[in-house]
Structure formats: C-alpha cells, structure tokens
Design a protein around this ligand. Sequence first.
Ligand SMILES: Cc1ncc(COP(=O)(O)O)c(C=O)c1O
Length: 366
Amino acid sequence: MDWDALIRPELAPMVAYAPGLRASQVRERSGRDRIHKLSSNENPYGPVPAALEAMQAVLPRLNVYSDGAAAALRRRLGEHLGVDPAYVVVSNGSNELLRIIAQCVLDPEDECVFPWPSFVVYPMVTQLMGATAVRVPLAEGDVHDLDAMLAAITERTKLLFLCNPNNPTGTIYTKSAFDAFLAQVPEDVLIVIDEAYFEYVCSDEYPNGLDYFSADGRIVVLRTFSKIYSLAGARVGYGVMPPALVDAVGKVREPFNVNTVGQIGAYYSLSDGAEVERRRRENQEQKTYLYSCFDRLGISYVPSETNFVWVHTKKPVEVFEALLSEGVIIRDFGAASALRVGIGSPEDTDATVAAFEAVVAKLGSL
Ligand SMILES: Cc1ncc(COP(=O)(O)O)c(C=O)c1O
C-alpha cells in the first residue's frame, strides 16, 4: 500500500493533539505518591452529587443507544440558558463541535482566522479541511488583538474563532472592545465564540456571547461540561447556533454522538447552581492566593478569568521539568516562553506554591 498516496495530503503537516501528562506517568518518573495534575484545566471536585448518582443509576441501561436527539438535555439547556432548544446542539465535548463546524463551512480555498496562542484545535480543524489557518498574535498583555483580527479578514475568510476567556492565557476581551469589533466584521463571516471557561469568569467587563446570539445572526457560542462541571471524561459540550447551522451540523455529526452517561450527567449538573458558584468562588480565592505567592517569588504572570494562570518564564523547559520532579504537572507549550499552571483544590495550590518555591531555590529567577 502506498500510504502517502492514500492518506489525504492535508493531513501531512498536521500534528496530533498531545494531551498533558497523566498522573500515573509522572508518579513513575518522580517517585512521588501524591501527584498534582494541573495540566488539562480539569476541575478537582468531580461531578456534582446529583449528576454522579444519576450517572451511576443509568449504567444498567447502557444496552440501548443514547437519545440521538439528546432531547431532554437540550430542553434543559434551553431553560438554563434562556434560549429556544431548537438552537442548542450537544456534542461529544465541545471539541467535536469545533471540528463539525469546520467540516460544515470550510473549503480548501477558505481562510479561518483565530488568535494565537489559543486553543490548539482551531488550527487542527482548519488544516483538516485543507483551508488556511490565519493565526493572529495576541496583543500586549496576552489579550486578543481584535484590531489585528479585523485586519486579517479577507474576502476568503469564512470562519473566525474567538476564545473568551482565552486558553492558554486566561485573558478576556471586554464588552466594549467586542461591540466595536462586531460592528466591523463582514456579515458573511461566521463567528464562533468558544466559552469553555465561561462559568469561571468573574469580571464585569466580560461579554456573555449569548447576549449577542440571534437566530438570524451569524454568531455561535460553544460551552462545555468538561470544566467547572467536572465531566471531562464523560465528553459533553454544546453550542447555540442559528437554525441553518443546526441543520448542517445534524447532517455531519455521528448518530448518537453523545453517550447516555454524559447526557444524564450534564442534565443533572445543571441542577446544582450553588455548587457551581462555590467552585467559581473557591477558584477565584486560589488564584488570588497564588498571585500573592508569585509576587513574593518574583514570578511574572497574567491575571486570569479561568482556572489556569499563564506564567512567563525564560526557562520553560527547566521550570516544567523541575515542577514535575516536585510532583506538579503543568502544561508547556513547546517554544513559548510561558507555561500554563492549572488551579485545583486548595491542597493543589499549596503544593504548587511549595513546588515553585523549590524551583526558584534551584533555578534562581525564572
Ligand atoms: C478553549 C477550549 N475550547 C474547547 C475545549 C474542549 O473541551 P471539551 O471537548 O472537553 O468540551 C477546551 C478544552 O480544554 C478548551 O480549552
């Protein structure tokens, strides 16, 4: 078999998604029992109790397919978000919707504009379709450079990804900046706002993407149950989108793309607003404490609206490795002179601080 002739050439330059290290891999390497995995922006508390109970209860019924239309979950999401369930699509993680939307709209001659660094899946799904990925560098302060994004739009631009808050920097663009931006984006460009960390945001300046959604508009809002709801392993995300795109996504997605356990878990997760609020508050407290420790240690960081913090360093490889040997897994970004440090439980934060203290003692200024 001539595999090069067989496999689409668009795949050649692509790099497979590389997940953060798993605790078991680092346990072996560091020889430590207690590993703090802060590399994938997961929530440390697990599914809320009502979700866990409902997911356990459904296990004996996994002989039947999931509800392919995810009707109950979409109805519940509609109530929760205040939108017509007809505009809600659920997916196998919001990752899946990023791909499906790219499959629905991008042809090889098209361009897709997004900020950079940002979520690594945006270039992946663009390349998958053979379209051109237009990476727009972040501005000073590691925020979206919305003016530069406008300037990057051409008549070939079909799709724009925004990541608010941005992964990996944790920064947001503000309402006023977004209003000005939106007024200038050509009408024929689809705008996908990825709000995977929506529930962690505390800033009053944050524009809730759903406030900008309308059925006859061209805005899509994506969110996920993987983060504050702590259901990353169950793979449930969702999007709110205009009906023509709902129809197109329905043609591209697999039948039964969201499994029964995930649908049930997500449904019941929405019943525990108090726990979500507690998680948001605690995350904010952990970040404030971490900032004060970083200030004390002379570590440069970017204030974040998420459950992770972007830390600048001239020695990313050394810092990453040194933290690993302290039992703390964070996320490195290859050549970037920064690392992403996840926020977990207070115990995780104490371990992070102790690990950074040890690393500063070993490496000097970071
Ligand atoms: C910005 C952003 N979007 C989307 C996702 C995908 O999340 P999931 O597929 O778990 O819903 C992630 C996950 O890390 C993310 O950081």
